[in-house]
Design a protein around this ligand. Structure first.
Ligand code: ADP
Length: 150
């Protein structure tokens, strides 16, 4: 018997959960996409957030449901309004890496009141997006922890 409390054991297990084991594929759009095309793409891909990249495939921003709704309220022509005008842009995008702990990502999501983070790797001139981690991924990890006990 180790003498560890239930919460110590839970903490130990939480510290074994890494982003790379729970991430899913990112949905990425080019910064010149129109708001109209971004809305269609979001529906087709069935995601809540898309990551925006430039010509070199480097991360330049994030566009969420609320960003697209906000842009749609006005009288603008959505087919000629590029998403790089309405997105949340770098350096204000919160990112994570595959080797980060899932619990650290969860706490970032709470702090910043957002639903997802791009999983990135640093390359020359910026970040390349290779995954995404959402509240759903974290909920799945939470459930998998409870299954370990059974
Ligand atoms: P939704 O708009 O679908 O509720 P969020 O709550 O995630 O989605 O987004 C709220 C705001 O935060 C939006 O303006 C969005 O651009 C921004 N946002 C989303 N994800 C990030 C992120 N990883 N880093 C910085 N800002 C983000």
């Amino acid at each position: 018997y180790t003498g560890k409390s239930g919460s110590q054991l839970l903490t130990e297990n939480l510290k074994k959960l890494y982003v790379k084991d729970y991430q899913s594929l990112p949905v990425v759009v080019h910064e010149n996409f129109s708001v109209y095309d971004a809305i269609c793409h979001m529906f087709l891909e069935d995601v809540g957030t898309m990551f925006v990249v430039d010509q070199k495939s480097l991360l330049v921003g994030v566009v969420s449901r609320k960003d697209l709704l906000r842009a749609s309220i006005g009288q603008q022509d959505l087919t000629s309004l590029p998403i790089n005008v309405i997105m949340t842009r770098m350096p204000n995008v919160t990112v994570c890496g595959g080797d980060d702990l899932l619990v650290h990502v969860a706490s970032k999501l709470i702090d910043k009141q957002i639903d997802s983070l791009p999983v990135v790797r640093e390359v020359e001139g910026g970040f390349e997006v290779f995954g995404r981690i959402t509240k759903t991924n974290i909920t799945k990890a939470f459930v998998s922890l409870s299954k370990d006990e059974m």
